[in-house]
Design a protein. Sequence first.
Lengths: 294, 135
Amino acid sequence: MKISYYPGCTLKTKAANLEAAAVASLAALGIDVEEIDRWNCCGAVFSLTADDLIHQVGPVRNLIRARDQGADKLVTLCSMCYNTLARANRIMRNDPVKRDTINRFMDDETDYAGEVEVVHLLTFLDQEVGWERIRGKVKVPLAGLRVAPYYGCTLQRPAEVGIEPFGSFTLMTSLFEALGATVAPFNAADTCCGSYQVLNGQDGARGTAAAILKSAAAAGAEALATSCPLCEYNLGKQQGKLLAGGQIDTPVPTYYFTQLLAVALGVAPESCLFSLNDEASLELLKNRNCLVAA
Amino acid sequence: MTLTITDQTIALKSFEKLKELSGENVKLCMQCATCTGMCPMSAEMDHSPRKVMHLAQFGLLDRLSESNTYWKCASCHACTVKCPRGIDIAKVMEALRQQVLRRNKNYIEPSVLPAERIGELPQIALVAAFRKLTS
């Protein structure tokens, strides 16, 4: 099996661990990942004003690239890329007036009408691979690891592009159960981490991040999993500051869901780039014997 | 915050402009404050999302222009998915931001941001924040 893949900018640098672990996991599952050529920025946030079409050009151009390279599905890993591409795709499918304007503006491209389906990797694993097949491929069960599935905002909101209904977390839950982990549901699984507000209002973003981590710890989670590099930054990389400032008192090492998948499938930890995570993350997996022997 | 309806308080033009930009009808709002309850940033805001909707219902863009509410909004859509009146409140917040930004005003000034913070943040944080908070 082969999939067309859109990485997005952050996955090539700050969140290379999200991508590397996904590519290694998919290889272990017998799936080839084909990165689309000449991709560009997705825009990171979907433009919400009714008259703003120029900011749809970037995401739509990626979808055109995918279609022209023979893809009917485009798999994404980053939650923000998923949201932006899927929402832009909905405009091209459902709004004939906006579609026509955007197509006429991009007169160097063949007209696009939403032929490509934007799919998040969690959905792909559920629908195209299956939890039982993943369970059968697990080499290092994450036995005893209590993981909180954290969705944040953009995987589920708004409803028309949600990978599953608001308030439901079955995809990550099924994945981690298939990997042998214990899932720790918690109340803040879809609470915003503070998102891009971290650029300007560090305190506000830290407050929301602290509330999420406290909720996870109170639910008995010792690890938290996400699919968004911005959530990982606010919850994982900022955790040292939250601990030092007394805003949280229990560390909750933060992972990308692809990293937990990869280690369970027996991928070497070096290939999961744990050096880009918060410091405690590799240590916890070592202590729980969740890493393949060197 | 009590508002009295008079000829002076209702600014129809402002109301229509907001409707055009957001595509949403704020008059559907029944002031239940579910949005405020859902909002993770409401503690940072000078007006709660409910109050902003109230001011918007009266078309009071002058008073809204001084509010920090829509600048603290992180576009997480928690309000939108729970609004019992089906209003996409995130779109209303975006329209309020855009009314300021389209006058060529920045809410944050990129050139004064500390270099180490810029260097540390993931790219999506920078792209998203600059798109939401600068013109």
